[in-house]
Design a protein around this ligand. Sequence first.
Ligand code: HPA
Length: 348
Amino acid sequence: MATMAEVARHAGVSVATVSHVLNETRRVLPHTRRAVLDAVEALGYTPNTLARSLVTSRTRSIGLAVSAISNPYFTEILQGVEARALEHGYGLLIADPHDDPEQECKAVRLLHERRVDGVIVAPSADPRGLLALLARHSVPTVFLDRLIEEERAGAAFRFDQVCAENTAPMARLVSHLAGAGHRRIALVAGLPGLSTTTERIDGYRQGLVAAGLPHDERLVTGGDSAAEGAERATAALLSLADPPTALVTANNAMTIGALRALRERGLSVPDDLALCCFDDFAWADLFAPRLTAISQPSREIGARAVQLLLDRLDAPDRPSRTERLPCTFVHRTSCGCPDTLSRKGTAL
Ligand code: HPA
């Protein structure tokens, strides 16, 4: 394998000049730069990033810790992160803490030990250990999807955040069902402690208020953000003496659980129960029922998270930023509306 010294000799320059050309650490005359790049090409030289990291203290790598990486919502976030990181010459190390606070700390500690330049984390419902760890080691951090109140993290620890709008889109689903005449609209909500859960429950309530509907606490059930939890929650809703006529599920996994509970009872959507869901699926318009859904800008969330992290690496003391990206309302037929009304998507 060719060494940097051989490249330098081949190009007739010093090793330091080769280093400056490859790391873009100093301006080099165009013809010298050309000679170095030609030598790199001729000798098939591959930079040793480990050696470079010892000099620069940067590894040009980002750690990503998100739970449920198999969930298409997070897979798309990952794609957005990967694409933007690659654009800027950064590699990725990935961990899935499975929404477990202990595993979350372990995963982030491991990423930090590998000396990633910063981390992007979708925090669990109990991020106290994680926050202490990040603050102790001053790890440049961006949180995505689940927001953290700044006071929780300690005054000295600066971080940035990016997530989708949750409240207004959820209210939109409820108003839509109310507009179609539903009076008993139930919610299958996510894991307690996640900001997404709280905000989507708030949105549900705002939707009811806007439609002038009373709030019946029995119609709000916890589906633990997962299919199994939602299956149980939906079954409980259907067993009520006065069951709902419409249901809103607060994420894609819970939509699957709700549909399973309905099939188990031989009920069909939208004839027996209208359904609207948070999260769009790649196949949501292919199967019956075609799902009326809120589509989150997942790739964009991932891309913005990388950008916020790179900006922070450039300027560690810059003020913290929280970005919220808008969702889209995708009107199909599971809400009970005729097919002719369904549209590609409406920005919210
Ligand atoms: N947060 C936001 N949206 C989601 C999630 C989540 O954890 N899971 C599926 N959709």
